[in-house]
Ligand binder design. Sequence first.
Ligand code: NDP
Ligand code: GDR
Length: 321
Amino acid sequence: MANALVTGITGQDGSYLAEFLLAKGYTVYGVVRRASTENFERIEHIKHEINFLQSDLLDQLSLIHAVEESRPTEVYNLAAQSFVPTSWVQPVLTGEFTGLGVTKILEAIRLVDKKIRFYQASSSEMFGKAAEVPQTEKTPFYPRSPYGAAKVYGHWMTVNYRESFGIHAASGILFNHESPRRGKEFVSRKITDAVARIKTGKLDKLRLGNLDARRDWGYAGDYVRAMWLMLQQDEALDYVIATGRQHTVRELARIAFARVGLDYERYVEVDPKFFRPAEVDSLLGDCTLAHRNLGWQPQVSFEELIHMMVDADLERHQNMG
Ligand code: NDP
Ligand code: GDR
């Protein structure tokens, strides 16, 4: 059966993709970087089924070794410094992980075996100050953060290795996707975790930034299926993956608080500390191409997603006592 190599396997998407690939019968190899404390919370339940390889996006040789050792038919590059605000604090490091890291993996593939199929985790943040609504594969990029700019570079390198060396390299332009495994600094999880803490008497107020920002939010479990589908096609292309529906942060908060019978207006406060130097006000994706070519469409609605996240956080906080 096929081998798959996944970078970013300890992250939200990596954990869902690993589950998905294992269920399909793949032998899964996961790139992990050494930490003083093991960071396997999201993959605890499947870690005995994964072959871990120590490597880092900053370290070219370790990536070549990872590809040589795993002999994959498919490589999924999910690793990145993925939190937009941190990219203003550490712009150079973000460029090295999120941008140049892509080239390092592509080089490893080119050296070891050009027949390996490659998936790059591109992002709707590349559209930034969006030139049109909704955004498609043809919408020009206008990134608004060092993170977005680094993703644009990684995206174009993926296209270039496809066109220059004939590598089956696909770039998934994924819009925001969330789950109970989302990092707690991202707005959806920050809200659902706070709802659970407020409900269990551990927190009084929730401080947020721009409540009017609009995003096209989907469920991570649906989105990893799209990644895999892209690598099963005869021709590698770029695909927008989105729900085609948009909500504000305010609506997200309202639905999350309402799930436990609370009114968000009593608990949410705006704190300018969370405003960004340049905001991406509005993103909305059009996934017609993915629907047509991949037969992909999202299965979990926005409300179901937020309810799922609130329920999981509430259960966790109740069990913690
Ligand atoms: P997470 O932040 O949850 O996970 C990021 C992963 O990257 C972690 O496993 C992390 O490892 C790893 N990583 C970071 N730096 C390095 C490095 N130098 N070397 C090796 N591994 C590293 O992100 P998500 O799962 O949410 O996202 C997956 C990918 O998809 C990212 O590239 C993200 O930018 C992109 N994306 C995400 C979207 C979303 O809405 N979730 C939308 C569009 C794109 P560690 O555990 O050691 O920190
Ligand atoms: P984003 O996700 O920047 O879109 O990037 P995030 O959840 O951080 O922000 C979404 C929107 O919410 C607004 N916002 C807040 N955001 C955070 N984190 N904390 C707050 O308190 C807060 N208040 C309001 C933000 O200003 C923003 O407009 C995510 C990441 O997963 C990227 O890696 C990925 O590429 C994109 O989604 C698509």
